[in-house]
Design a protein around this ligand. Structure first.
Ligand SMILES: Nc1ncnc2c1ncn2[C@@H]1O[C@H](COP(=O)(O)OP(=O)(O)OP(=O)(O)O)[C@@H](O)[C@H]1O
Ligand SMILES: [Mg+2]
Length: 444
């Protein structure tokens, strides 16, 4: 690998303003706002009409913060982190698709980026025309593009559809062509965001192979992925982003291992054998844990009101002979608030004939929590609660991503934690308490 620096980013930051509009039908509205707004409306709508900012809550939000990055020619860097960590934002800044709020980027060479399916593709143009268009955007001559043309078409396996407008392509075909163009048009820097999420296993394998070739040719690759095996296999180094900041960097295998062990990963299944944050005697130990949907499929993203299943396995060491163990699960929010402690006994569940290993499934029904990330800790101890055998903290996590069947309104986490749908009833006037004072309209 050369020592020539091709990407130099200093103090990169990206700020967004999140707007929570009050009063809209589909937006969050707190009860106190309904009352306050009602009074305002009644007296002085005109007063506020010219100043809409008074009707909105603007929240400053840093998607990226103080990121320094130096990438050498021929380096293949993996960028990992949870959903919303800022990975795509970083790639967009590096590809000059968006401007940073702070800091600056220096780039040496042509950058081809594959950020979303078919970025840079024109839907009305055919596959053939888009290949030429993208080549031209990358600064290549017609002759250079023609030289690569057959290779691109063969890689994308779209020969038959070459003269069809890409808007008629399936998402897989779109992706194949987009990847083939980005990888074959010899950019000096190739920026790839989560391509492996689309396409079948064979295509994913082919993409990984191609990215490896690109790297071998001495070109630089930045690769964002949630596929930890691919990151470890393909990248020499990696950085871990968390809440917009770089929290770890170094050889890819080490960064990936620390990321998985920290419970910060987006993995639904977690190997708990070497999980670091745990206490207890270790006479019984958790082996793995998994978040599942109601059909038993491994997943971490849920809508409000869905059933969330936690499955795990634990095993006793050789000298352990107790026939009973007690289990508990602790649930907390992303800002550390303990939400509940679910003990097996409260659900009339007990293991009375334990003989060394158990696999358990716990269904949390109708989870009515606001969108956020929630963390689970697993506990196994003696029936007396005195001995803690194993207590693995924040080892599993799941995401509530939206209102699902229950609501389409926006639900900022700052507005609450529990999504309740109480019964609302309109009462006749006669049912007012006799002592109720009538509402007095103050004179202006
Ligand atoms: N245009 C925008 N306006 C407001 N917020 C934004 C905008 N674009 C991104 N964000 C926010 O910035 C944060 C970082 O987003 P980004 O897309 O970089 O995350 P990511 O690490 O790529 O996540 P994922 O793994 O889900 O792709 C998120 O909280 C996202 O909601
Ligand atoms: Mg992203």
């Amino acid at each position: 690998m050369s020592t020539e620096v091709v990407i130099l980013a200093e103090n990169l930051g990206k700020r967004y303003f999140l707007t929570h509009r009050r009063g809209g039908r589909s937006q969050y509205t707190a009860l106190r706002d309904v009352i306050a707004d009602g009074v305002r409306n009644f007296f002085s709508a005109w007063l506020f009409s010219k100043d809409r900012s008074r009707w909105t809550d603007k929240e400053e939000f840093w998607a990226l913060r103080e990121v320094f990055l130096e990438v050498k020619k021929g380096e293949v860097i993996g960028i990992i982190g949870r959903n919303g960590a800022g990975k795509s934002t970083l790639l967009k800044i590096l590809s000059r698709i968006t401007e940073p709020t702070t800091g600056c980027v220096g780039l040496k060479g042509r950058v081809a980026s594959l950020l979303e399916v078919g970025t840079g593709f024109h839907p009305e143009l055919t596959g053939r025309e888009n290949i030429f268009l993208n080549g031209a955007i990358l600064g290549m001559t017609q002759a250079e593009i023609r030289k690569k043309f057959d290779e691109i078409v063969a890689f994308a396996e779209i020969e038959k559809f070459l003269d069809t407008p890409v808007k008629h392509y399936s998402s897989g075909m779109y992706m194949r062509l987009a990847f083939a163009v980005a990888a074959h048009l010899e950019p000096e820097i190739l920026v790839i965001d989560e391509v492996l999420a689309v396409g079948d296993a064979a295509f994913q394998k082919k993409c990984l192979g191609k990215m490896g070739d690109v790297a071998k040719e001495g070109r630089t690759v930045l690769f964002v992925s949630h596929n930890m095996a691919a990151v470890t296999q393909l990248c020499r180094n990696a950085i871990h982003l968390q809440n917009g900041r770089v929290v770890d960097s170094g050889p890819a295998a080490n960064v990936v291992n620390r990321y998985l062990a920290s419970g910060q990963s987006d993995a639904a299944t977690v190997d708990l054998r070497d999980f670091p944050t745990r206490t207890g005697s270790g006479t019984v130990r958790f082996e793995w844990g998994e978040m599942r949907g109601s059909e038993g499929e491994a997943r971490r993203d849920f809508s409000i009101g869905e059933d969330v299943i936690v499955a795990f396995r634990f095993q006793a060491g050789a000298g352990f002979h107790e026939r009973q163990v007690r289990l508990a699960i602790q649930l907390r929010t992303s800002d550390g608030i303990s939400l509940c402690n679910m003990a097996d006994m409260d659900s009339d569940f007990a293991i009375k004939d334990f003989c060394g290993a158990e696999t358990i499934s716990v269904r949390l029904p109708d989870v009515r929590l606001y969108p956020d990330t929630y963390y689970l800790s697993l506990w196994v101890g003696s029936i007396t609660n005195i001995d803690v055998y194993d207590w693995v903290r924040d080892c599993l996590s799941f995401e509530i991503v939206g209102g699902g069947q229950l609501t389409t309104r926006t639900l900022p986490r700052s507005a609450g934690l529990l999504f309740w749908t109480p019964t609302w009833t309109r009462l006749p006037a006669a049912s007012s308490p006799s002592t109720a004072r009538s509402f007095q309209v103050p004179t202006l």
